[in-house]
Design a protein around this ligand. Structure first.
Ligand code: ZN
Length: 296
């Protein structure tokens, strides 16, 4: 499942390939990807026709596209946002027919929406259909602070989090507490911060919270740096699809991302050498080092 680093790398990649042409039309091929209040799928986004795709942005695991008025009628004076989420298996990529290219003439499976620019298309595919699309940017209001925001440094942990009896790993995956962490990076952050994933928030010391505050952006920024350095397969058309966007292109010599604990049960901890353990928390696998991350 894509988390903050994967979505950040995706947004950076898409921003390098913005089409010069105006939007011709949007085809919603999976109406269930729209929220209920979005109106008829066949009319969805029809007012954006003639607009230009100005840029992509990100908040937590959501991507946001901003549309600028073109010369056509019915356009808006301000850039209009369209917000989306990749869910578990969503992909978003530009496709341009090029003769001889592996995607030439490709018909993409599990398409949720297609934004047609004439010579290129922005394709949103989602086989497991947990993703979404909306014109209502209010969905972003419930998100907690984003670790890549400039004001992350001045963030303080609210009492409702530090006083809670919930396990810290479950809290880190709560998007209203921190925007963007999922199962993989919550495990990675807790190993770096040397905190047991099952520790109740209320049992953590001020020093624990301080380390977490620093380790979260550190782990995230390193992952983004690795993702940016790889030749990624954003369309998912190659057979090598190891960890989503960190699945490297087929035949590439990239090593990809190496995790500290995630999916490494029984392997030695990179810090102390003790075997990494796996436990189940909230129906998800958690990986940790029992020596480096003792229960408080
Ligand atoms: Zn260890």
């Amino acid at each position: 499942m894509p988390e903050l680093p994967e979505v950040e790398c995706l947004v950076r990649h898409l921003n390098r390939h913005l089409p010069a042409e105006a939007l011709r039309k949007i085809s919603i091929t999976s109406p269930r990807h729209l929220r209920r209040e979005e109106g008829k799928p066949e009319k969805w986004g029809s007012d954006l026709r003639g607009c230009r795709l100005d840029r992509f942005s990100r908040r937590g695991k959501f991507w946001i596209m901003f549309w600028k008025p073109g010369s056509g009628r019915g356009n808006h004076p301000d850039p209009q946002p369209v917000v989306g989420h990749l869910g578990m298996t969503g992909r978003l990529f530009f496709h341009r027919e090029r003769s001889g290219s592996p995607t030439d003439g490709a018909v993409f499976k599990h398409t949720a929406a297609i934004f047609d620019f004439g010579s290129s298309r922005l394709v949103f595919t989602d086989p497991r259909r947990f993703g979404m699309l909306t014109r209502n940017a209010d969905v972003l209001k419930s998100l907690g602070p984003d670790p890549m925001d400039a004001d992350w440094c001045s963030m303080t942990w609210p009492d409702r989090i530090t006083g809670s009896s919930r396990a810290i790993k479950v809290t880190l995956m709560d998007q209203s507490a921190v925007a963007g962490l999922g199962n993989i990076y919550a495990s990675e952050v807790l190993h770096q911060a040397m905190i047991h994933p099952a520790a109740a928030c209320k049992n953590l010391t001020p020093d624990d919270w301080h380390r977490l505050h620093h380790c979260i952006p550190d782990v995230i920024q390193k992952a983004v740096g690795i993702g940016d350095s790889l030749s990624l397969d954003f369309s998912g058309l190659s057979s090598v699809d190891r960890l989503f966007y960190y699945g490297t292109r087929e035949g590439s010599s990239d090593d990809g991302e190496v995790f500290r604990v995630y999916d490494r049960e029984g392997e030695p901890c990179p810090r102390c050498g003790a075997p990494i353990q796996r436990m189940i928390q909230a129906q998800r696998s958690t990986f940790f080092c029992p020596a480096c991350q003792p229960l408080p």
